[in-house]
Design a protein around this ligand. Structure first.
Ligand code: NAP
Ligand code: MN
Length: 267
């Protein structure tokens, strides 16, 4: 059986060098083939951002594709392999029995005033923000109105996305074995008149969040590193997706060790 491999890399000099070395190593293996279309394994070379791009490129085939990240900058959250470990990596692909680990994704439905729905998946998070004016939105958890939010915006993140934007707005870091999403506020207005919960909340996999926009004008909606064309959006619904992202040849790195390495100190 030949394993069909796609490679996605960023344009950094180091990534191009790693790409050339990886191509050379893969060419020596009869059971590994580099393809442009319909890969079974996608190797990314770069950072977490590179893996995010690869995810969106193949998000329509998540059941057929596994991912593997080689990092050429600092250690990433989605990139397990270092550039100097390429021979070991390629050997592990020849031997591997299709082992993988999977993580939760966000399922997002954006509804416009004309009733049109757009469907997306996010690996890190989705944010809703407003430019200069206060964003006003009714936040429903399941069918029930939970709060009327006023402030800069909201972030809804996956467990693996919890160390990205979510962390910058004071959200909790969530272990990726927990099948849940996190709602975090971005500068909420809280006083005697306006009231929100004021702390991040972790929402279960059997629940959903419906954000009904009440402020007028355009809102800025992001899904990972993409901006959504968001004219006339009236509501956005979030739940944990049925689909998951699968990573190949997973090398066990203790999640909290990785968090410590990234945010506290490297050892
Ligand atoms: P970017 O501006 O290069 O990303 C900002 C930083 O977030 C980079 O250092 C990136 O790592 C890191 N990152 C991405 N996913 C992460 C994760 N799951 N856990 C920890 N760090 C993570 O843009 P990008 O590379 O295209 O990534 C898009 C993501 O950046 C967004 O989904 C958002 O989460 C994050 N972001 C954060 C802020 C903020 O914290 N204020 C602002 C904008 C975007 P690499 O260098 O390895 O790519
Ligand atoms: Mn980046």
């Amino acid at each position: 059986m030949v394993l069909r491999i796609g490679i996605i890399h960023n344009q950094e000099e180091k990534s191009i060098r790693v790409l050339q070395r990886l191509r050379g190593l893969l060419a020596m293996k009869d059971d590994l083939e580099i393809v442009d279309r319909d890969p079974q394994l996608v190797i990314t070379i770069g950072g977490d951002g590179t893996l995010l791009s690869a995810f969106h490129r193949y998000s329509h085939r998540l059941n057929e594709v596994r991912f593997l990240g080689v990092h050429t900058g600092h250690l990433g959250f989605y990139t397990d392999w270092r550039d100097y470990e390429l021979p070991e990596l390629v050997n592990s692909l020849s031997d591997e029995q299709g082992t993988s680990v999977s993580y939760p994704l966000l399922d997002i439905v954006v509804t416009s005033a004309n009733g049109q729905h757009q469907h997306f998946l996010a690996l890190n998070e989705s944010t809703i923000r407003k430019g200069s004016r206060t964003m006003v939105a009714d936040v429903y958890i399941k069918e029930e109105l939970f709060e009327r939010f006023r402030g800069d915006g909201l972030s809804i993140s996956t467990p693996t996305g919890s160390t990205a934007y979510n962390k910058s707005v004071g959200g909790a870091v969530v272990h990726p074995s927990i099948n849940a999403m996190q709602l975090a506020e971005i500068a909420s207005l809280n006083n005697r008149v306006f009231r929100t919960l004021g702390s991040p909340s972790i929402i279960g996999s059997h629940e959903w969040i419906d954000v009904q926009l009440k402020s007028s004008g355009e809102h800025l909606i992001t899904i990972d590193q993409l901006d959504i064309n968001s004219k006339e959006v009236v509501s956005i619904k979030y739940k944990i997706a049925d689909e998951r992202i699968h990573f190949a040849s997973y090398r066990h790195m203790h999640f909290w060790h990785r968090v410590k390495d990234a945010f506290i100190r490297e050892d």
